[in-house]
Ligand binder design. Structure first.
Ligand code: CTP
Length: 409
């Protein structure tokens, strides 16, 4: 499912101090299952050695145009690649790419490549903003080259500005997005909700739950990996989670805000996956001022129900005919199957992902999950203990099948 698995990626590194970060990128790509061929420019070799990359990728690092087999190498590397990424890309290499110059193995390979090309500029001071650089970037963009970043921040000279290379994790996200684009969910819009909700009592206190948001974020990434357009509606998460590159994120706090965002997005969605832990009740009254302990006896906590988002979606779906596929989650501490089955039917779902939150290795906060997939007609598919990423991939594989079969509900 990981779109990097088995893919041939050419990583071009040019002469910037950010070259040290390219080592991390090479490592991350290799760990994700890609076959990474690294080409260093002469300038890059002053900052980092070929051995660094050969050690990280397990493959030969290429440097010179005048290697024994270089006459076929540039064509071979370029033509055989699924993707070419140049990170860091200096202002000079950028200019050469814009002009179609081919004076070293890296620029020659770029000229021969027919695959998607991603470029992560890294440069100092005013170089990025210079009209010459901007014109070169525009030329490359027009030719379909994707420009990643640069980011704002502190640069090697000590100056702060626009010119830092994007972090390797972000570059990896862009590569993943590009390679997944033609997947089976291409052209489909998937809405994912993640995290818990917060229901305010007064300006400083709220009621919430233990959702970490990790499963929802993993589902968003898995949908992106299959080429979907992804809207991620995020409530409260235990820690700040990086937004999967390519996901359109909406942040909400309360169940009412989550309902509004999900219902709005669902009007144009093909798939909804409700992984969020939505509060079922909220304080009937939200105090305008902080509740003071000295002035008052313990205040009664009166609650009222929130909107059941999946029930509201089922209602809208009868009118609009979309989303075609709606997936719910059932976090249960007892009678897992019976409760999940009941929710599947009551909320008119295409599938429900049931997990036993009483198990120590599944559910909230941990990185693994053990779930059952329940489908209409009494179909129950137990999945083994998996990482949340693997669970997400398994759920999305099922979603693809449901879309293909047209078995929306
Ligand atoms: N859900 C929802 N709106 C709510 C509460 C839950 O859409 N107000 C969704 C959750 O996102 C999940 C599914 O309904 O996909 C089941 O949530 P869960 O909390 O397990 O079930 P509830 O319907 O709230 O029932 P209970 O709390 O009694 O188990």
């Amino acid at each position: 499912m990981n779109p990097l698995q088995g893919k041939r990626i050419v990583l071009g590194v040019s002469g910037s101090i950010a070259a040290y970060k390219a080592a991390d990128l090479a490592s991350k790509l290799t760990q994700a299952g890609a076959l990474v061929d690294v080409i260093l420019s002469e300038g890059a070799e002053r900052f980092i050695t070929p051995l660094t990359f050969a050690s990280l990728t397990g493959r030969k690092t290429h440097t010179s145009l005048w290697e024994d087999d270089a006459h076929v190498l540039h064509v071979g590397l370029g033509e055989g690649a699924d993707l070419l990424v140049i990170a860091p890309c200096t202002a000079h290499t950028l200019a050469k790419l814009a002009q179609g110059q081919a004076d070293n193995l890296l620029t020659l390979t770029a000229l021969a490549a027919r695959c998607p090309v991603l470029v992560a500029p890294a440069m100092d001071g005013g170089m990025f903003e210079h009209p010459a650089t901007q014109a070169n970037l525009e030329t490359l963009r027009r030719r379909g080259v994707q420009i990643l970043g640069p980011a704002q921040g502190r640069m090697a000279s000590g100056l702060v500005g626009l010119g830092r290379m994007l972090e390797p994790a972000e570059i990896l996200g862009h590569i993943r997005l590009t390679l997944g684009r033609a997947g089976p969910l291409a052209g489909k819009h998937v809405v994912v909700s993640a995290g818990g909700t917060q229901e305010p009592l007064d300006p400083v206190r709220y009621l919430t739950n233990r959702s970490s948001g990790k499963q929802g974020f993993a589902l968003a990434q898995a949908a992106l990996d299959l080429g979907a357009r992804v809207s991620l509606v995020v409530g409260a998460t235990a820690a700040a989670l990086p937004t999967p590159i390519g996901a359109e994120r909406t942040d909400v706090e309360t169940a009412a805000q989550m309902a509004e965002a999900v219902l709005r997005l669902c009007q144009e969605a093909d798939v909804l996956i409700m992984a969020a832990a939505v509060a079922d009740f909220r304080p009937r009254q939200v105090r305008a001022h902080k509740i003071k302990k000295e002035r008052e006896t313990p205040p009664p906590l009166e609650l009222e129900p929130t909107t059941d988002i999946l029930l509201a979606v089922a209602e809208a779906r009868r009118r609009l005919g979309r989303p075609a596929v709606v997936v719910g989650f059932a976090a249960e501490s007892e009678q897992l199957l019976a409760n999940a089955q009941d929710k599947l039917e009551r909320k008119n779902l295409s599938m429900i992902v049931a997990n036993d939150i009483s198990a120590p290795d599944a559910g909230f906060a941990v990185d693994t999950n053990r779930v059952l997939l329940l489908l209409p007609g009494g179909v129950v598919e137990p999945l083994p203990l998996m990482t949340k990423g693997e669970v997400a991939a398994a759920v999305l594989a099922r979603v693809v099948r449901l879309l293909v079969e047209g078995a929306g509900s």
